[in-house]
Design a protein around this ligand. Sequence first.
Ligand code: ZN
Length: 332
Amino acid sequence: MVRLVFAFVLVALAAPPLLVAAGQATPEASPPVVMTEEFGPVPADARGPAIPAVGYLVEEIGGGLYAVTEGVYQSIFLTTGEGVILVDAPPTLDPNLRAAIASVTDEPVTHLVYTHHHADHIGGAAPFAGATIVAHEETAALLARAADPNRPPPTVTFAETHTLTVGTQTLRLDYHGNNHSPGNIFVYAPAQKVLMVVDIVFPGWVPYPDLAVAEDVPGFISVHDTILTYDFETFVGGHLTRLGTRADVETARGYVADVRRNAAEANATVDFAAIAQKVGADNLWALFDAYLDTVAQACADATIPVWRDRLGGTDVFTERHCWVMAESLRID
Ligand SMILES: [Zn+2]
């Protein structure tokens, strides 16, 4: 239920009124908001800059590369002298993305890069359908299956690496395998020393639930090391307000390593037979529910005190990260 509350808050914070209205039932039919736990304060370091009243913030990172956010999602774009390269088009930034770009350049968007296929990051792409759209071939396949008019298919695909040069600017797009989702690529701007990898590291915060709904948990763990092999100074994670640094990625890697260690410890020490004695074995799913939750709770109890003052939302989502991590350690 905590997940639902968080999702509601995200939508309420991030979405334009139309999107909220479309996604909500009428007030009299809406179920009550469930808030069963008290959570501690968010560390000051987790908070990003304020969002102007216009509803979005454009920040120049340098070298003609800009970041834009409404407070929960991020895009980046580059001016090249021959047209703008835009990376991702979250629907929560639609229709502000064009205005955000127009606030710094007259160049049209000629190229659009998809970091991955998820609608929450590229579901605002339809207005840019005339651009050259670049994505990984796995992303192309998943978009073909989705057949979503809000996510036009890519016009250029690649398997391992692709160098996109437009005018004065170059982006290197690299694929290192599945982690958050198949086709989730690294977008690297070598001149600006900016690396964008989405839905892995959330600077200042623990990941979105279930290790950011990682489709491949071992890949999610190891990609933190891969990120740190790049020569970057600014990290763009695709979420929440502020941009990140190498230190943010190192902190996130430390948190994930702790969750992994504590989940392995809980898997090794929680006594299934003792729980079976207590719960009984008539309803096997009730027994497994008690066992899996006990493992996740033990892992969370070991992790939260160490991290609650360092990463926002540690006390909110660590138990869910532990649950998914423990399961992955059993089966992967
Ligand atoms: Zn995603």
